[in-house]
Design a binder for this molecule. Structure first.
Ligand code: ZN
Ligand code: ZN
Length: 592
């Protein structure tokens, strides 16, 4: 063995000397050099994203969003694309090849957003410095004093920032203007209250800092006034990007082999499948819940049954405890069934959601970024016990005893939390940073499906019924996004679809209509990611036949970081199937 290794090493050392112009090696060397500079160039160019991704070398920079900044973006992205064009991606090794495509897609997106979609000209909500400042104020990456210094340096540029924003906005869309008002109110609150409080706490509230703060506050308020005038004027454009732009956005954002049309077809098929399953389960469960009544077995009756089963829920006071109790059970099940390795060194901690995360979702995961992978991962749970009785009851019915299991699988185990732990172990920064939201959401949705397939919940028909209701929401997200953005659906079609075909409450349906007016494509990411993973699993299963191993599939799938499923597919199909996905031999047995 040893001799063999040395021989190969010797050959590798000798090769460049005798064969200088090997194109493969040249391409690899070029790309390696390119990659080592690229990330820092990128962060220097996009300092706000740098901060938000945990890279803190440019924390005092704030880009003024004017024409000259957009020209710089064009030049920067153009130059990178030119460099990439000089490399033949086919000569790179598979992992570098996917980095190549990720960077290329990112640069094409930057160019396209800046020059073609132009959200800066018609989506006032594009201007959201509060997200950045809020993150810096609450982050723990540096002592408070240092973070406040950087915040103040950025706030010095805020008047110029808002001036440029105001000059850039031409004919806005109404939903994006409404959203911008809420966002700007948040910024004003930070400037009026949170930042001064923190400055006092750090003993930093000098007169120069107060002046900076005053000027920033004045700028934010005057931008808020500008937004009010836009609302009064009422000369709005459609909130939709338009069909052609939507298709290109779909391509750039999802990096999927699906198109809006093929995804829509898949979603319609799955919708029928879900309805069939729901009707079958209704037939089975009906006598248990409505013994005295005959049923016609329609979706309306299924809705009544779902309603009845939703009554089985926990209380506000035991909600957090119920979630905490379930997580070890999920881990135990995964170990018993040998579904994938879960790193005991990176435990998930459940906490009451901090204020700024409340109201968005009942539960969410806060994971450390690739630059600070030793931070905790948190499972944030909104305090149901602080809601008024009616709101709490509605939440608890939605996250009843069955749905809560699906929620925990999706958010935590083996959904988002487990995936993000794997992603942070993947050593490649490019794969972490240019991650795919669709892969991330797709994995969480896949986790639900897979756990039920493996028998989680003892095959309870109630759990399955609730799963299909949840699944219809995932399918529905895609149908609504595509319907609204490329088939002219209006509010009525959205509400009708959600309440009649997807078992959603009217209030949720209204919320979804608001959301689809403010974003596009993102709602497709769940279903697109899920079916791509299921397609891939089928493909590998059929190649391997009896040799297919689910645990191996999961660990390999997760080992590439959060990159688009289509690149994972290429990597999984190229790399040798015999090599283990991860080496856990260093972990003592009892801790696996
Ligand atoms: Zn109740
Ligand atoms: Zn999710």
């Amino acid at each position: 063995m040893r001799i063999g290794t040395r021989l190969i090493l010797l050959l590798i050392i000798l090769l460049p000397a005798c064969k200088k112009e090997n194109p493969e090696e040249k391409a690899r060397a070029f790309f390696k050099a390119f990659k080592s500079n690229f990330m820092d160039d990128y962060w220097r160019h996009f300092p706000e994203s740098a901060t938000l991704n945990g890279y803190h070398a440019y924390d005092s920079e704030l880009r003024i969003p004017d024409d000259s900044a957009r020209r710089e973006t064009r030049d920067f992205a153009g130059a990178i694309l030119e460099k990439l064009n000089a490399v033949d991606a086919g000569l790179l090794d598979p992992r570098d090849r996917s980095d190549y495509f990720l960077i290329r897609n990112e640069m094409q997106s930057q160019l396209w957003y800046s020059d073609t979609l132009k959200p800066w000209a018609w989506q006032p909500s594009y201007y959201n410095p509060g997200a950045l400042v809020g993150y810096m104020l609450r982050g723990r990456y540096e002592p408070l004093e240092a973070r406040l210094r950087h915040i103040l340096e950025r706030l010095e540029k805020l008047p110029a920032y808002y001036d440029a924003a105001q000059a850039s906005i031409r004919k806005p869309s109404k939903p994006h203007t409404e959203m911008a008002r809420v966002i700007t109110d948040g910024m004003i609150e930070l400037l009026e209250k949170d930042i001064p409080d923190s400055l006092r706490q750090a003993g930093l509230y000098g007169s120069k800092d107060r002046e900076t703060l005053d000027r920033a506050l004045h700028a934010a308020r005057s931008f808020r006034g500008f937004l009010d005038r836009l609302m009064e004027k009422g000369a709005f454009r459609d909130f939709r990007p338009g069909e052609a732009l939507y298709e290109r956005k779909f391509e750039l954002d999802l990096q999927s082999d699906y198109t809006p049309e093929s995804l829509r077809e898949a979603a319609l098929y799955e919708k029928e499948e879900a309805h069939t399953q729901i009707l079958r389960l209704t037939q089975k469960l009906w006598p248990k819940y409505f013994a005295e009544e005959r049923s016609t077995f329609s979706l309306a009756e299924s809705a009544r049954l779902i309603d009845r089963i939703s009554e089985k829920h926990t209380t506000p006071d035991s909600f957090l405890q119920a979630i905490r109790r379930q997580l070890p059970e999920l881990i135990r099940f995964i170990r018993e069934k040998d579904l994938l390795f879960i790193d005991p060194e990176k435990p998930l901690k459940v906490r009451v959601a901090p204020k700024y995360l409340r109201g968005i979702a009942i539960a969410s995961i806060s994971a450390p970024g690739p630059y600070d992978k030793y931070e905790n991962t948190w499972y944030n749970v909104s305090p149901v016990w602080e809601m008024d009785e009616e709101a709490a009851e509605s939440y608890l019915r939605e996250y009843n005893d069955y749905m809560m299991q699906i929620l925990n699988i999706h958010e935590a185990i083996p959904g988002h939390y487990v995936q993000l732990v794997y992603a942070n172990e993947s050593p490649d920064i490019i794969k972490s940073i240019f991650g795919s939201g669709s892969m991330i959401e797709g994995w969480a949705c896949y986790a639900e499906r897979m756990m039920l397939e493996e028998g989680w919940g003892e095959n309870s028909p109630e759990l399955r019924l609730m799963y299909y209701k949840w699944y219809l929401r995932i399918i529905g997200n895609s149908l609504i996004d595509i319907g609204v953005h490329s088939r002219g659906w209006e509010r009525d079609s959205v509400l009708r679809f959600l309440t009649e075909e997807a078992f959603q409450e009217r209030s949720e349906a209204e919320g979804k209509w608001r959301r689809v007016q403010r974003s596009s494509v993102q709602l497709c990411s769940y279903f697109a990611g899920l079916i791509e993973i299921l397609d891939l699993r089928d493909e590998i299963k059929s190649r391997k036949g009896d040799g297919f191993d689910l645990k191996n599939f999961h660990e390999r799938f997760l080992s590439y970081g959060s990159i688009p499923v289509k690149y994972i597919r290429r990597l999984m199909l190229t790399e040798t199937d015999e090599a283990p996905a991860r080496d856990h031999s260093e972990v003592p047995d009892e801790r696996r």
